[in-house]
Design a protein around this ligand. Structure first.
Ligand SMILES: Nc1nc2c(c(=O)[nH]1)N[C@H]1C(S)=C(S)[C@@H](COP(=O)(O)O)O[C@H]1N2
Ligand SMILES: [Mo]
Length: 315
């Protein structure tokens, strides 16, 4: 179980810095002078890693009014099996993960296959803030203020062909850096997939940071997927390859336990995991449990994608 570390007084200032920085960025957006400022040498790119981390949650809430989890919670309770299956040890084990240089290959059924350097990705797409709930299939959840950009913006650049019906994502394979990949039980590298309409949905983002800071290794640096209406395992970390295809991708979890983890993995309180109920969840930092919402609270935006589908069959 995660325990909140004691808050030091030295952590108080950074919170106000973060809030002020957000206000500044909002102001810039409203005035549309972001480009002008860049030309003047004022950077609007994500903060560097030497910036102190926010102390509490900077007063942030999601659209349902739920307060954001703290930076400490989000960066010290993680699932990233490439490093360890111990959620509270991922941060330490991943600390020296090398994310530079880093490239992302976007290929398959596209007109313009392309290899992006991570610097290009950061520079080409405006980094938006998206405060999303993350619901792990294990029954815990958090609220995370991501920075990132919609996946559809990247896909538009490579121009998927008419045959492309799915998108497949792959994590880096490097068992020297990721000792968990020596565990022969799993078919590494970690892979995930989305239907093309899910991938094109505006809620689906590629994230590059959170709380105004560059993504840390434990959260999937330098680039990870975030699909907020699906169980957390769909939000694949440290992506090196994105492939457009006409065949439904087999994710790592589908390969390991197909009866427990399906392709869709939409958050659904009415469909229990074979070994536990999905009706409730434990929000990290809260006592007790809260009710799990259909599509993790995003039904209004995404239920239409699954009209006419039997969501018990397509779990
Ligand atoms: N490559 C990779 N991506 C992954 C995982 C993983 O083990 N390896 N775990 C998934 C699971 S189960 C969850 S709940 C989320 C957790 O993201 P977070 O640690 O940033 O909260 O990452 C997902 N992405
Ligand atoms: Mo998860």
């Amino acid at each position: 179980m995660y325990r909140d570390p004691a808050i030091r007084s030295s952590d108080i200032t950074p919170e106000s810095v973060y809030v002020n920085r957000r206000a500044l960025l909002r102001g810039l957006g409203a005035l549309g002078v972001g480009a002008l400022l860049s030309a003047c040498g004022v950077s609007t790119s994500p903060a560097q890693d030497d910036q102190p981390s926010p102390a509490a949650n900077a007063g942030l809430r999601d659209e349902l009014g739920d307060p954001a989890n703290t930076f400490a919670q989000i960066t010290n309770y993680n699932n990233f099996y490439e490093f360890t299956t111990d959620k509270e040890a991922v941060a330490r084990r991943a600390a020296n993960f090398v994310t530079q240089p880093w490239t992302v290959e976007v290929t398959g059924m596209v007109r313009n296959p392309r290899i992006f350097a991570i610097e290009d990705i950061l520079q080409m797409f405006d980094q938006e803030e998206r405060i999303y709930r993350l619901r792990c299939v294990e029954g815990w959840s958090m609220v995370i203020p991501w920075q990132g950009f919609p996946l559809h913006k990247l896909l538009a650049l490579v121009e998927p062909t008419a045959q492309a019906q799915y998108v497949r994502f792959e994590t880096l394979y490097d068992s020297d850096q990721m000792p968990g990949q020596r565990d022969r039980y799993f078919p590494w590298p970690y892979a995930e997939g989305l239907r093309i309409d899910e991938a094109m949905h505006d809620l689906t983002i590629l994230s590059t940071g959170l709380y105004g800071r560059t993504l840390l290794p434990q959260n999937g640096a330098p680039l990870r997927l975030v699909v907020p209406w699906k169980y957390g395992f769909k939000s694949i970390k440290s992506i090196v390859k994105i492939e457009l295809t006409d065949t439904m991708p087999v994710s790592l979890w589908m390969a390991v336990a197909p009866h427990e983890y399906g392709f869709y993995a939409n958050v659904n309180p009415d469909v229990p995991h074979p070994r536990w109920s999905q009706a409730t969840e434990r929000r990290i930092g809260e006592m007790g449990r809260r009710k799990t919402l259909p599509f993790n609270g995003y039904a209004e935006q995404v239920a239409v994608l699954y009209a006419g589908m039997d969501l018990r069959k397509h779990y």
